[in-house]
Design a protein around this ligand. Structure first.
Ligand code: PMP
Length: 319
């Protein structure tokens, strides 16, 4: 297997119900309730490459937080967690190890399993467990330096947005709405207040204060936005978790989007109007730097807890 981004992502080695195979060969039954009902939950975990005095290694970011949230989602939809958190860590380390990319997005999905199509929970069914990964392209300097455009839309989704469910049609339609408008994210508003982006959390900066909506059923409790809150607080930046009125989006100095895959990006135009100066603001620039430092610290912790085994050292991967 050649290493590097040239490797066809469909050849990625993935895990399905206890077996490893190429992603293109992984098959589930059409009766899987994930397929029939979107009856499942998922996580996306970013993996980056880091350096220490012994060379380079790869580490997942905020892995514990992701599997704590997976447990929360499973509890919410009443699927028994098929693995312990340590087993999830091992599986994540293995999928990273089995694949060559320095930067990866690990995808984890658990569905209720395979049963005759009928709405009630089936009995005696094992959950379907799927773990795959794909190359995670560098977030472009242009996006970091110039920011991205967003549009607003009414939040028309259901009221369990706190569950990281694979039933994402509402989010898919909102993302496509952004693309159709030539923007890269849709910022949603419900009853006059900011909820979140189609696949991101949204924070607003005004007069040096960073504000983010509270964790309710209306938004996903994002791992990245939690990281942002911890970072701002650690650096003495005033941070408020409170309902953010839609009008505040119009007068914000800065707006940020955040997710595991996009980290933190500045939204510099909203519905065609500039946000603040129309460029990523000074708070964003600090946040971006602090965020990278936070990633480094988290990776060091992973390397310390797991040891610097071949599990995450790309140069040691020969399979
Ligand atoms: N909100 C939604 C709707 C999302 O899909 C995501 C990405 N999974 C996020 C927020 C950001 O979550 P995280 O920072 O945990 O990736």
């Amino acid at each position: 297997m050649s290493s590097g981004p040239e490797k066809d992502w469909q050849q990625a080695s993935c895990y399905l119900n206890g077996e490893w195979c190429a992603l293109r060969d992984a098959k589930v039954s059409v009766l899987d309730r994930g397929f029939i009902f979107g009856d499942g939950v998922y996580e996306v975990i970013s993996v980056d490459q880091f350096q220490d005095d012994r060379g380079s290694y790869r580490a997942p970011f905020q892995i514990r937080e992701h599997f704590v949230r997976l447990q929360r989602s499973l509890d919410a939809v009443r699927i028994a967690n098929p693995l312990t958190i340590e087993q999830w860590f091992d599986l994540t380390a293995e999928v990273i190890d089995r694949n060559p990319w320095q930067r990866q997005l690990v995808y984890v999905q658990v569905t209720r399993g395979i049963a005759k199509r009928d709405h009630p929970f089936p009995s005696g069914v094992s959950p379907t467990v799927f773990v795959s990964t794909s190359p995670w392209p560098l977030i472009s300097n242009e996006q970091i330096e110039e920011g991205v455009a967003a549009v607003t839309h009414a939040d028309e989704r259901w009221l369990h947005c706190d569950i990281k469910s694979t039933s994402l049609l509402g989010n898919v339609l909102m993302k496509q709405y952004a693309i159709d408008q030539g923007a890269s994210e849709t910022v949603m508003v419900r009853d006059g207040f900011l909820t979140e982006g189609s696949s991101t959390n949204i924070s607003v900066v005004k007069n040096g204060v960073v504000s983010m909506p509270p964790k309710t059923v209306q938004i996903l409790p994002g791992i990245t936005v939690d990281g942002i809150a911890r970072i701002t607080q650690a650096h003495g930046v005033a941070t408020e978790v409170r309902p953010v009125a839609a009008e505040e989006l119009r007068t914000a100095d800065e707006i940020w989007l955040s997710s595991s895959g996009r980290e933190v990006l500045a939204i510099v135009s909203l519905d065609g109007a500039p946000v603040g100066s129309g460029k990523p603001g000074p708070m964003y620039r600090s946040m971006h730097q602090w965020f990278q430092q936070g990633k480094q610290a988290d990776a060091e912790l992973w390397a310390m807890l797991r040891g610097r085994s071949s599990a995450c050292a790309p140069e040691a991967r020969t399979r």
